[in-house]
Design a protein. Structure first.
Length: 113
């Protein structure tokens, strides 16, 4: 393989970031006692959500527990209602906290994002 230009390096880093986010979010898409959760993504894997369907006390319930988008070198968490916050899983997976924005907690989202 030849020398990579800046664009190729940036695309490679972005793909790696997206891979890490998908891997971390996959841990939240599980089958439970009364239902299941699935990870959904846009074709570019820059917008992701974990959607759950369950039966709780005889009621059909749906919820979106995680909404995330990846833009530039940032992971923007729009919604997270899980017991184990996604930010912890992302940091554990090697993404620096400085690259993670907790929009749902009021952290400012850059204009370009």
């Amino acid at each position: 393989m030849g020398i990579m230009n800046f664009e190729q390096i940036r695309n490679s880093q972005m793909a790696s970031l997206k891979d890490t986010v998908v891997e971390a979010m996959s841990g939240y898409a599980v089958k439970g006692l009364n239902g299941y959760s699935v990870l959904t993504t846009s074709p570019e894997r820059d917008f992701l959500a974990v959607v759950s369907v369950a039966n709780v006390r005889g009621q059909h319930v749906t919820t979106t527990s995680l909404i995330v988008h990846v833009q530039a070198d940032k992971v923007i968490i729009e919604c997270d209602i899980n017991n184990k916050p996604l930010v912890d899983a992302l940091i554990q997976a090697g993404i620096p906290r400085s690259q993670i924005i907790l929009a749902y907690a009021g952290e400012p989202v850059p204009e370009a994002a």
